[in-house]
Design a protein around this ligand. Structure first.
Ligand code: ATP
Length: 489
């Protein structure tokens, strides 16, 4: 690969060519910051979400303490709405504070996030001002709230104003008591949610990396304050390992602890899991997931109202009338600890990941070009997506070598049998070499070919995507063979 930009262009082109990711509303010229997932992309994205849900929620062992940790913990799922009561966003602080600073270039009218401007050239009309934006005529930075606004009901007035959620987290905080009351969980425990979030990003860019509509996988982990630093370190390391286990190499992946000055006013620790995306300059990393120790900030906000820092304390912000400027629910969101007979506000560790950014990182990591012998032994260049089998959109493809002599019928029977276990794909069109290469580009780990020997002895060839090595396996052993090779999904 010549350079990183070259790799990025190739990944974007593969995504379009093979149906992973399309521009939203493409036939109308597209709409900035919105992306559609095609037939292969939707499977890859579902697999990422299912791997997360299985590893974090349904596959989690509620009964055994993780090594070195003080106790076992439960994990439960939740699905909350995209539009919530507007007071949620006022009490949480998003209404007042969820903004970026925006500057306009007076020449070309391009808009930038003030904090991203340092090194950027004008991406739109460089001919109008070849210099850097920092040296050209920019407006003063001004606040721009990233929440999309809408109206609930027939009236368009301030009373019916509502927002599309910019994160899924608040749905879990406001349901804290519902979960406690119904799931019979005790501290520590986690609530997990996957869902769409919306941010009216000033400069959506880098393909799906910064979109205006995207999906998040978030956990709110509630624990006793005294144990919270230990649980913070646990989640930070566990979430890092999750990406490694699905194939991101630790050389392009890093865990970065925020410095004191970078921490939000309520946080006693935050780390980002970052990936060296190919669209970024050499040595730069982009955030895949943030793991934040949020203290009792969120539950307190939803009880008492919007909090602000006063010295070392977090206090409710008051309006001119001396009442909370953005009141909370007034409901009791405390926890009664039966072990210690103590009433407390749990502390929260929040691992917050982006589905789309993970998908993009997995695609960039998996993209490879190599030279392998074709069916006649002649070396041929190919593009291959070396995705982890859990993430591969299609797990196995089945081909008859030729479209005659009863091979398609045998291959179709095999396909139907495999389809009961995995997402299998049947293809009888074109040369066998081309069919292999299409599956290599889709990231399919195994291709099964029915040939003349199959008709004699019931064996098929199984071709491995990464090594292109082929071996003969009895057709009736295929399910067991593939289950062993693919591992638990
Ligand atoms: P950034 O600094 O890149 O804007 P952030 O720190 O605002 O990100 P968080 O609020 O921590 O992001 O959101 C948690 C996760 O949600 C991020 O790690 C990222 O994976 C994902 N995410 C946030 N904003 C976007 C976006 N505009 N497009 C795609 N994914 C996003």
């Amino acid at each position: 690969m010549n350079n990183k930009q070259d790799l990025m262009d190739k990944v974007v082109s593969l995504c379009k060519r093979r149906g992973f990711i399309f521009q939203s509303s493409e036939i109308y010229g597209g709409i900035g910051g919105f992306w559609d997932y095609g037939p292969l992309g939707v499977e890859l994205k579902r697999n990422v979400k299912e791997a997360w849900w299985r590893d974090m929620v349904t596959g989690h062992d509620d009964t055994t303490p993780p090594p070195g940790m003080p106790s076992a913990y439960a994990m439960v799922g939740l699905e909350t709405t995209i539009i919530m009561h507007p007071q949620v966003w006022k009490a949480s602080g998003h209404y007042d504070l969820f903004h970026d600073m925006l500057v306009d270039c007076r020449h070309c009218k391009a808009r930038f996030r003030a904090d991203q401007l340092q090194a950027s050239q004008c991406p739109l009309k460089p001919s109008k001002h070849p210099g850097e934006h920092t040296t050209c005529d920019l407006t003063e930075p001004r606040e721009f709230n990233l929440m999309f606004k809408t109206y609930v009901g027939a009236l368009v007035d301030p009373e019916s104003e509502a927002f599309l959620r910019p994160e899924t987290a608040q749905g879990m905080f406001v349901n804290f008591k519902n979960v406690l009351a119904t799931a019979r969980v005790k501290l520590p425990f986690g609530i997990a949610q996957i869902g769409k979030s919306f941010r009216n990003e000033i400069t959506p860019r880098y393909f799906t990396f910064r979109s205006r509509e995207f999906e998040q996988m978030e956990i709110e982990f509630f624990c006793r304050p005294a144990e919270s630093p230990q649980w913070y370190a646990y989640w930070r390391d566990r979430r890092f390992q999750w990406y490694v286990s699905l194939g991101l190499s630790s050389e392009r992946l890093r865990l970065r602890e925020h410095g004191r000055e970078e921490l939000s006013h309520y946080s006693c620790g935050t780390a980002d899991i970052e990936y060296a995306f190919p669209f970024l300059p050499e040595g730069e990393f982009g955030e895949l997931e943030g793991i934040a120790h949020r203290g009792d900030f969120d539950l307190r906000s939803h009880m008492e109202g919007k909090l602000v820092r006063q010295g070392d304390e977090l206090v409710v912000e008051l309006g001119p009338d001396g009442k909370p400027r953005h009141p909370g629910s007034g409901k009791d969101l405390t926890y009664f600890d039966e072990e210690t007979q103590e009433r407390l506000i749990p502390h929260v560790i929040e691992p917050s990941a982006g589905v789309d950014r993970s998908v993009l990182a997995f695609l960039c990591e998996a993209y490879a070009e190599d030279v392998v012998p074709d069916e006649n032994g002649v070396p041929q260049p190919r593009v291959v997506l070396k995705l982890h089998p859990r993430l591969s959109p299609v797990k196995v493809a089945v081909f008859p070598l030729v479209k005659r002599d009863g091979m398609p019928e045998v291959a179709m029977d095999i396909y139907r049998e495999l389809k009961r276990h995995w997402n299998a794909f049947y293809d009888e069109k074109g040369s066998i070499g081309r069919r292999y290469r299409r599956q290599d580009e889709s990231g399919t780990p195994f291709c099964i070919t029915v040939d003349s020997q199959t008709l004699k002895d019931g064996t098929v060839t199984v071709r491995d995507r990464d090594t292109t090595f082929q071996e003969r396996v009895a057709a009736k052993e295929l399910v067991a063979f593939l289950r062993e090779k693919l591992g638990p999904l």
